[in-house]
Design a protein around this ligand. Structure first.
Ligand code: PLP
Length: 358
């Protein structure tokens, strides 16, 4: 099986697995204690959690704190519901975790413009009275890198805070400039079931989950030292390998683009994370292609959108027609993808498209 779906999830880094194993290993109290207990084994577990917090914080700006959550969806819910503002400006290409939470918050929504290149303009207007601007760092479907710094500057002038969904950019790009940043471990070669919300000092949130007062009162519930340790180790590896990972991804991108000359790119060719290759072909039935390429794990649009059967809101927002969206696929590669896998995948895709006569 060739796995080219790195935007849906990534393989667990061996280093992250190693960091997790001691906390899953056994009957000794030092291996399973509650990190919120005051006794010696509890404090040892707490130390592992705090080391992980520092490792994750190294991916983020100074001047804030990391709150562990179950994943980015929860982090985004905590940010939006926790702020409780009355007016939110957001891009129409945000992940459903942002769009649906903003809708559920009851706030008035203003939609930022987005171009056919999949980019929100750097001078997108933020009107006075806006409480929060939500703009993602890297789009999960088409890979475009949004002008977060510029939009944040305009938001600040308008007196608004900024939430950046950095799920697809964290560990790959420098941290975005924002007031609240959502991350997910499983998108950066960490375990599933843990994420984080970075909260700038001075930003006041109400908790979403009430109970034992963990995470500074912002998120009740016993943390898993194993998940925290895996997240921390994965984050540390990203810090160490960021340049090498980007170079590797660039090489895979060049290989794939050279082998897929008859496919059109969705989204900007320059302002993008090159580990996301969103492509289309006129007349292609992407769903059929996916079922025919059984040895290939790729996605037609985002994993969430393909599961729901809804047309991708991102491909619609950048102006693709229904048939163009239906003819789109997404290849996602990263640290553990080999050149050979990309070459074999491209051969399969070209053969499957040819079999459809397109
Ligand atoms: N935001 C983006 C851009 C994503 O790609 C995803 C996952 O697909 C999420 C949010 C939700 O992340 P999680 O699975 O950690 O809840």
């Amino acid at each position: 099986m060739i796995y080219l779906d790195y935007q849906a999830t990534t393989p667990l880094a061996p280093e992250a697995r190693e960091a997790m194993l001691p906390w899953l290993a056994g009957p000794e109290a030092m291996r399973f204690a509650n990190p919120h207990s005051a006794h010696v084994p509890g404090r040892a577990a707490r130390a592992a959690v705090e080391l992980a917090r520092e490792q994750v914080a190294a991916l983020l700006p100074p001047g804030g704190r990391v709150v562990f959550t179950s994943g980015a969806s929860e982090a985004i819910n905590l940010a939006i519901h926790g702020l409780g503002v009355k007016r939110i400006a957001l891009s129409p290409i945000e992940h459903a975790a942002v769009i649906d939470t903003a809708r559920a918050s009851g706030a008035m929504l203003d939609w930022l413009p987005v171009g056919a290149d999949g980019l929100v303009p750097a001078d997108a207007p933020v009107v006075a009275g806006t409480g929060l601007v939500a703009l993602m760092q890297v789009n999960n479907e088409i890979g475009t890198v949004q002008p977060v710094a510029e939009v944040t500057a305009r938001a600040r002038t308008a007196g608004a805070l900024v939430l950046c969904d950095a799920v697809q950019g964290a560990g790959k790009l420098a941290a975005p400039d924002a007031d609240l940043i959502a991350l997910s471990a499983h998108k950066l070669c960490g375990p599933k079931g843990i994420g984080a919300l970075w909260v700038r000092d001075g930003v006041v949130l109400a908790p979403l989950i009430h109970g034992g007062g963990q995470e500074g009162g912002l998120r009740a519930g016993t943390l898993s030292p194993a998940l925290c340790a895996g997240f921390g180790a994965a984050a540390e590896l990203c810090t160490k390998l960021m340049k090498d990972d980007a170079q590797h991804v660039d090489q895979l991108w060049e290989t794939a683009c050279a082998l897929l000359p008859d496919w059109q790119l969705n989204g900007s060719a320059t302002q993008r994370w090159r580990g996301n290759l969103s492509l289309r072909r006129d007349g292609l039935d992407a769903a059929r292609l996916l079922s025919e390429c059984r040895g290939l794990a790729i996605s037609a649009g985002s994993a969430c959108a393909s599961g729901s059967g809804r047309p991708s809101h991102v491909l619609q927002a950048i102006g693709l027609t229904g048939p163009q969206a239906k003819g789109s696929i997404r290849l996602g590669f990263g640290r553990y993808t080999t050149r050979r896998e990309v070459e074999d995948a491209c051969a399969m895709l070209n053969a499957a498209a040819a079999a459809q006569g397109v």
